[in-house]
Design a protein around this ligand. Sequence first.
Ligand SMILES: Nc1ncnc2c1ncn2[C@@H]1O[C@H](COP(=O)(O)OP(=O)(O)O)[C@@H](O)[C@H]1O
Ligand SMILES: [Mg+2]
Length: 231
Amino acid sequence: MLTLRSVTAGYGGATVLRDVDLTVADGEVVALLGANGAGKTTLLRLATGLLKPQGGRIEFAGRDLTNSPPQTFARQGICLLPEGRGIFPSLTVRENLVVQARGRNLDASITAAAELYPVLGTRLRQAAGSLSGGEQQMLALARAYITQPALVLIDEASLGLAPLAVDAIYAALGRLVERGVSLLVVEQYAQKALAIADTVYVLNQGRITHTGAADGISAEEIYGKYLGIGA
Ligand SMILES: Nc1ncnc2c1ncn2[C@@H]1O[C@H](COP(=O)(O)OP(=O)(O)O)[C@@H](O)[C@H]1O
Ligand SMILES: [Mg+2]
C-alpha cells in the first residue's frame, strides 16, 4: 500500500534520510525504530506529503504521490498522528472532535470517540490541555476512529506516558488493526511496538540498517545490535 523507494531527504542542504526503502502492506503493522535524531519523524513527514524528497519515489496504492500535496495523501486515507499529539490544548474535547471530524457528522464522531475511550465522552466540555497525558493521546487517536483511514502513521505514541496509559494506547491501536487499518508505528522505545508489529525496520542515522519479521527479535537485540546503544 505505502512504498518508499530509494528515498533521500533532508532540510536545506542537510541530508537526513539516505536511500530509504520501506513498505507497509495492506493490513500490515510496521514498527519503525531508531534512536533520537535517526530520522523517524522526517520519514513520516515524507509519507504524508509534508516534506518532499530530494530523490526517490513515494507510492500509495500503486499511485505515484512523490510530488503530491499533503491533501492528496489525506484523501487517499493516510492519517498522521504527530509527535506531541497534534491536539489543541486550549480547545475543549468537543471542539477538538469538531476539528477532527472536518465536516463529518459530529454526533457520530463523538460516539466514535466515546466508543474508543469512554472518558472522552464524559469530558466534552473540558479543555483538552487539562486531560491527563494518556487521555490526550486517546483524544489524538480518536482522529483515526473518526476518519476511518486506510493507513495510520503514529509518531512516538507512548512518549512521556505511564505504563498503564501506554497499554491503553496500544490496545486502541490493536482495535484499529482488527478493523483492517494498516499501521506505521514510530517509537524510540521498542518493546510495545515490537509486540504489535508484523515487520520491523531499524533506522540508524538516516539509513535502514535492519528489516525483518518482528517475531523472534527482542528489544534488547535491536538496541544492542542495530542501534549500538546497549539495552
Ligand atoms: N525542520 C527541520 N529543519 C532542519 N533540520 C531538521 C528539521 N527537523 C528535523 N531536523 C533534523 O533531522 C534529523 C532527524 O530528525 P527527526 O526526523 O526528527 O528524528 P527522530 O524523529 O528520529 O528523532 C535531526 O538531525 C534533526 O535535527
Ligand atoms: Mg521524532
